[in-house]
Design a protein around this ligand. Sequence first.
Ligand code: GRF
Length: 199
Amino acid sequence: ARLVVLVSGSGTNLQALLDAAADPAYGARVVAVGADREGVEGLRRAERAGLPAFACRVTGHASRAAWDQALTAAVAAHDPDLVVSAGFMKILGPAFLERFGGRVVNTHPALLPSFPGAHGVRDALAYGAKVTGCTVHFVDAGVDTGPVIAQGVVEIRDEDDEKTLHERIKDVERRLLVDVVGRLARDGYRIEGRKVHIP
Ligand code: GRF
């Protein structure tokens, strides 16, 4: 399966997919990487892997809708079977979901529906939760609201701050994302309402 991965930062989830795809038996390969900003490590990882890498900045377009159209075209140029949003910090718009809906997977560093949004790690810590984790889900029109595919639990320790907790979550998240993307790519899947069936 052809994967286009969307990043906004360090791209360690992307790197985990690149490393997994080195094995032909994985069943998926990254064909391009997109970001919503220039100069992020995630784009450099793509370039080091010899892959097409593009930045599609909201500020580079007359409107959010124009950005949505531009991102959709940039991703469609690589003909993905699956789009993986791994640390991509923009809400994917209606044009994007019209084109790729049902084929966009996102990873979120909390146990949805708890702590959605851009600060899931910080919010779980501030709430005083004892466990948190990560969620891999299909993207729908909401924010972190699409059908859940898999989750991983991570304990919160008294001495944790946002950075130490996020690093521990990312260790679980990278393994979960690689496992889920591989299964979706190799085995196919069916989404029925909020349930995801992988044969
Ligand atoms: C991941 O934990 C993702 O869930 C969150 O930001 C982090 C991105 O990490 N939205 P990386 O860019 O993949 O290293």
